[in-house]
Design a protein around this ligand. Structure first.
Ligand SMILES: [Zn+2]
Length: 196
């Protein structure tokens, strides 16, 4: 009996070790997008080189991949910044601020370290601190949030944020393909604080 359970777990993708799903999510099996269902690694060794061969890095040779179609409660990634408004790009230069926030390697002009941002919805609150760069990342259930941002030496900021529901399927591949579609499911939040 125990053996049967173990086998079932393996078939389901590892039970508790499997992908986390939320109410309203659907899990589907789809043809692997790395190998188009051949199960073979068709990537060349280098530019114009011979084909590597062996099992597909996406599906491990099984030809299909489990895909989570996110429901309305599936948490979405929110990437944010907290800045000192005196050092931040001017208000009319929103493009610079936006570019900095979206490019992970760019420094955040006027970024505030250790700022606290709390996100409140339906009576529950999630809190995050900004890193030394002034950036933070948090996973939030889609919906409308009241946001409260605090930092030593700065006036508190109260604002709101809409976290959009995720639209793109989440591929449970062994080796992930980075796609623009996945990036589009990220919400951004930029807070500029005034010195007290
Ligand atoms: Zn494959």
């Amino acid at each position: 009996m125990r053996h049967q359970l173990l086998i079932l777990c393996l078939l389901l993708g590892g039970c508790s070790m499997g992908p986390k799903t939320f109410t309203g999510d659907k899990v589907e099996s789809r043809t692997c997008r790395w190998c188009n269902g051949s199960g073979q690694n068709t990537e060349p060794e280098g530019e114009g080189g011979p084909v590597r061969g062996g099992a597909c890095p996406g599906c491990g040779g099984s030809k299909t991949v489990q895909v989570i179609v996110p429901g309305p409660k599936h948490p979405a990634l929110v990437k944010g910044t907290v800045r000192d408004i005196a050092k931040a790009p001017a208000a009319d230069d929103g493009l610079t601020a936006m570019m900095e926030a979206r490019e992970p390697m760019k420094p955040i002009t006027g970024g505030i370290s250790g700022a606290k941002a709390s996100f409140q919805k339906d009576g529950s609150t999630q809190e995050i601190s900004s890193a030394s760069s002034g950036r933070f990342k948090i996973l939030l259930e889609p919906g409308h949030y009241q946001v409260h941002v605090t930092a030593d030496g700065f006036a508190d900021l109260d604002t709101e944020l809409d976290v959009a529901p995720r639209k793109e399927p989440i591929w449970q591949e062994r080796a992930h393909l980075k796609t623009e579609a996945a990036e589009a499911d990220t919400s951004y939040f930029d807070a500029a604080l005034k010195a007290r």
